[in-house]
Design a protein around this ligand. Sequence first.
Ligand code: ATP
Length: 238
Amino acid sequence: MALSVSGLSYAYGYKQALTDVGFDVATGQFAALLGPNGAGKSTLFALLTRLFATQAGTAVIAGHDVNAAPLNALAQLGVVFQQSTLDLDLTVQQNLRYFAALHGLSGQDVDARISAALGRLDMAERANEKVRGLNGGHRRRTEIARALLHEPKVLLLDEPTVGLDAPTRAALVEYVHGLCSEMGVTVLWTTHLTDEVWDDDQVILLHRGRVLADGRCGELRGMRPLAEYFAEMTERPA
Ligand SMILES: Nc1ncnc2c1ncn2[C@@H]1O[C@H](COP(=O)(O)OP(=O)(O)OP(=O)(O)O)[C@@H](O)[C@H]1O
């Protein structure tokens, strides 16, 4: 498994945000962590990226426990946060070079990695443009290219389509599915939008801090749209 979470619980003081959360994601799988507002998605994301320390349970990334071997675990993790962290006044390439330097990547290899990462996201032609001049979709693609520079096995994206229009959202969803099928990257994509999930994707349905369902989207939804299944699961009384 590329990502294994087991018995993960987390509380903010008296407020329980996650309760005994567990799931596995296989290598090369696109997994949607689907949940309404307040479900606990951001808390889980913060635990996987070690922004918060784990209180109970374990998370293992590409064989490395985030608590026992944090450096090894984080080395295998690419992260795209909900809020953009690009420098608007640097070019696309300068943003990527800066990130590479922070990761201790240097030498001729870096430019080759940057070209490859931008190529994968169809961003090669924009390498010398300042980020300020890019539209939202291209900025997001730049961030994904950047998150892949150190060739992580697992890519986490926290609601990456927020603020994008429908066609741009659909294109981004398609790019990231392509990373799974063509490069074998394992993706955990958090969202509350059911149209971002494809039938072959794994759905981990999170609600009020618990996993309500975990399975292949096509199987979970059966004959009805995923949105209907999602509403049925999350709108019934506690
Ligand atoms: N700093 C905090 N202090 C107390 N409670 C918090 C804190 N941060 C989050 N919570 C609560 O924990 C629960 C899970 O929140 P979380 O932000 O992880 O959910 P989410 O699924 O990411 O929601 P959203 O989509 O709105 O970001 C919610 O009930 C939230 O109110």
